[in-house]
Design a protein around this ligand. Structure first.
Ligand code: G3P
Length: 218
């Protein structure tokens, strides 16, 4: 499973990239606003740190406007992935970009029907938002399971399932068990993945016992 980080915070991205676990980055207008940075500057910095896909979202709502914005965004770096919303205009723009070999992430997906359309538009990634579905009392992970099953019926669907709006490590594990290709994870949740009290306790005991031997390795 690929790990993307869902943030526009360059400090967090640098820190997590150093673990060697980072396969890409997703941003959205809300995350850029939160960073307080210039959109183009921050995207350029992110693309220099991470070699994998870096999603940059368009803000136009018509296909022609999305294509114009997307073309400007692709000039930032080779690894820019254009992010478009799941609307008919977004799907038109998606088809335009993927037909020309540019990566596209279709975002704001909340149904299997929408995911089917994105695959038919040749999307590189489909982003179903699991947390936001859970928030309104629906089962976000059921949607991931449905999309994975649906896509696996057709060899010619190349769209990767990018699980978004992740709130906790259980979302990631369940997504991995379902065979989702990518999880885009908030930095705080990514760091939680390593936690286990028995690891901490075990290490404490090993180190205390080692100290009793009075030996040194190096
Ligand atoms: O980047 C899209 C998605 O991951 C947003 O998550 O937490 O705002 O629902 P959230």
């Amino acid at each position: 499973m690929k790990f993307f980080v869902d943030t526009a915070d360059i400090k967090e991205i640098r820190d997590l990239a150093a673990t060697g676990m980072l396969d890409g980055v997703t941003t959205n207008p809300s995350l850029v606003a939160k960073s307080g940075r210039d959109f183009f500057e921050v995207l350029k910095e992110i693309c220099a740190v991470v070699t994998g896909p870096v999603s940059a979202e368009v803000t136009a709502t018509d296909a022609a406007g999305m294509i114009k914005e997307g073309e400007k965004l692709t000039k930032i770096a080779k690894n820019i992935c254009i992010k478009v919303p799941l609307t008919w205009d977004g799907l038109k723009a998606c088809k335009h970009f993927t037909s020309n070999g540019t990566m596209v992430n279709v975002t704001l997906c909340f149904s299997a029907a929408q995911a089917l359309l994105a695959a038919k538009a040749g999307a590189t990634f489909i982003s179903p938002f699991v947390g936001r579905l859970d928030d309104i009392g629906q089962d976000g992970m059921q949607l991931i399971s449905d999309i994975c099953t649906m896509y696996s019926q057709y060899d010619y669907f190349k769209t990767e399932v990018l699980v978004a709006s992740i709130r906790n490590p259980v979302h990631i594990i369940d997504a991995a068990l379902m065979g989702a290709h990518v999880a885009t994870i908030p930095p705080s949740v990514l760091r939680q993945l390593i936690n286990h009290p028995l690891t901490d306790k075990g290490l404490e005991v090993f180190l205390a016992d080692w100290q009793k031997t009075g030996q040194k390795i190096a």
